[in-house]
Write a protein that binds this ligand. Sequence first.
Ligand SMILES: [Zn+2]
Ligand SMILES: [Zn+2]
Length: 223
Amino acid sequence: MSKCLLCKSNFKRQINYEIIFSFVKSKEKYACSDCLQKFVKKKGIVCSGCNKEINKKGLCSDCIKWQQKYAGNILDNKAIYQYNEAFHDLMVQYKRYGDYVLSYVLAELVNSLPKADYYVPIPSSPSHLRKRGFETIASIYQKFVPLTDLLVKAETEKAQGEKNRQERLLTKQTFSAIRNKNVRGKILLLDDIYTTGRTLYHARDAVLEAYPNCKINSFTISR
Ligand SMILES: [Zn+2]
Ligand SMILES: [Zn+2]
């Protein structure tokens, strides 16, 4: 028997062949099937830029704005899950209350990633890192891929999660890239949620400035 990290009930582990044959090293299941089924994978038509669920093929309104701002060079973001109540609650528990064990549930939800030469997590600000004692994004993804720390985040007055949409979009660049690393090829930026895209576009700007020949895409658990 295992204890579900989300509802705390005891549950019997099922043999999951998907996990056995994927590159996830973990043999454990951290949440019961009742809890896991509340996380809904994206289905139907999604935006070709960021994977938001939309009504007709093409780009969502956010990506159209990024397309204008970045002269057509939009970020190719892959996202797996709908941003629903279950996902929202999980992220509040994980990030606001710094509940580290939930990184295992999040890793279980991700299960596999698009192929890249370098996996670069979005870092926390110094004050958030001090408060929680761990990097929220790296803690999820380091469970199944080797990570490359390329980004540094400067201190901000307000966290992205505390801002409204307009404030998010007006956020100034807070990332800088660590230079002089021998990095080339395909980089995948890793984050938890794609909200407006502001964070990931800033991260891409910083990495591209230091490594202009790299191809940069991104991955988020939810959009
Ligand atoms: Zn449960
Ligand atoms: Zn989009």
